[in-house]
Design a protein around this ligand. Structure first.
Ligand SMILES: NC(=O)c1ccc[n+]([C@@H]2O[C@H](COP(=O)([O-])OP(=O)(O)OC[C@H]3O[C@@H](n4cnc5c(N)ncnc54)[C@H](OP(=O)(O)O)[C@@H]3O)[C@@H](O)[C@H]2O)c1
Length: 271
């Protein structure tokens, strides 16, 4: 992440909090930012996993990785986690914590939908509630760069995908929440919503279907960090999949009657 106004910045070394940093895209970004000299608080649910990441990656770093275990679905614990860690201010937060579970009809599994929504939507809400006072503190200091919230959404929220009733709707909700929050932050804090396509991580390693334009995690992390420095409203990659899905938004009947219909799995009549 680079500065948006380097001329008035006191320090190029930023304090960043990344949720979902024990694995995948969040971890890849955390390592890159710490290599660049930033102080990076990394969160996931398991303290031992985070401690191990810090031990393995700290030698030779010009910045710092600090383990901060939390469950983003726990609103009460989230409200105090940053305060208890003694963090005084934040330059940016990257909200990458998330989970994916697919729906298989005929069971429209409410527990699954709630679980995914708790992590991907309420987890983002809880993280913003926790971090806003610390971002606002940075925003109120005229010698500091404007702080930034970066939320990792998904291209699955562009159109309805089969089996994505839980995942896609949670990503659509978090995306809307962040765009709406941007309006109310009134330019004091930048908000960037990221829409990745398929990225090779433990999350997608579980998928048993073909993933077009699958990207390596390091490449995805590089794209997000490079583009986020310019403070865009959104970042979407890979551009080929982005173009195809945006076109499908313009021709929804083609998507739902032909393509999505072919991607869907027939309901198992026996269950
Ligand atoms: N990979 C893709 O193709 C893709 C595409 C579009 C969007 N995304 C989004 O990108 C983000 C990162 O995904 P990824 O592919 O890097 O998956 P991943 O490797 O499975 O990482 C998910 C991260 O979220 C954390 N997490 C999950 N539930 C949590 C909770 N309740 N509290 C705190 N942390 C929690 C996990 O940590 P612990 O398990 O250690 O708690 C882990 O660090 C997700 O929001 C995902 O939806 C991914």
């Amino acid at each position: 992440m680079t500065s948006n106004s380097p001329s008035n910045s006191v320090s190029e070394k930023k304090t960043v909090w990344i949720t979902g940093a024990s694995s995948g895209i969040g971890l890849a970004m955390a390592k890159k930012l710490a290599c660049q000299g930033h102080c990076v608080y990394i969160s996931g649910r398991n303290q031992d996993t985070l401690d191990q990441i810090v031990i393995e990656n700290s030698p030779g770093l010009s910045g710092k990785l600090i383990a901060l275990a939390c469950d983003v679905t726990d609103d009460k614990a989230m409200a105090i986690v940053l305060h208890d860690a003694g963090i005084e201010s934040l330059d940016s937060i990257i909200l990458s914590a998330g989970t994916c579970e697919y729906i298989d009809l005929p069971k429209l599994d409410i527990e699954k939908i709630r679980r995914v929504s708790e992590s991907n939507y309420f987890g983002v809400v809880n993280s913003c509630i926790a971090a806003l006072p610390l971002l606002q503190k940075t925003a109120s200091n005229p010698s500091m760069d404007r702080p930034q919230i970066i939320g990792i959404g998904s291209m699955s929220s562009y159109v309805g995908f089969p089996r994505a009733e839980a995942y896609g709707s949670s990503k659509a909700a978090m995306s809307y929440f962040l765009h709406s929050l941007r309006c109310d932050l009134n330019k004091a804090i930048d908000v960037t919503v990221v829409y990745p396509g398929f990225v090779k991580t433990p999350m997608t390693d579980k998928n048993d279907f073909s993933m077009p334009f699958l990207m390596e995690v390091d490449e995805a992390a590089d794209i997000i960090l490079k583009k986020a420095g310019k403070r865009p409203l959104t970042i979407a990659f890979p551009s080929s999949l982005n173009l195809i899905l945006h076109t499908m938004q313009l021709f929804p009947r083609m998507w739902y009657s032909n393509i999505a219909a072919r991607l869907s799995r027939p309901a198992d009549a026996s269950s």
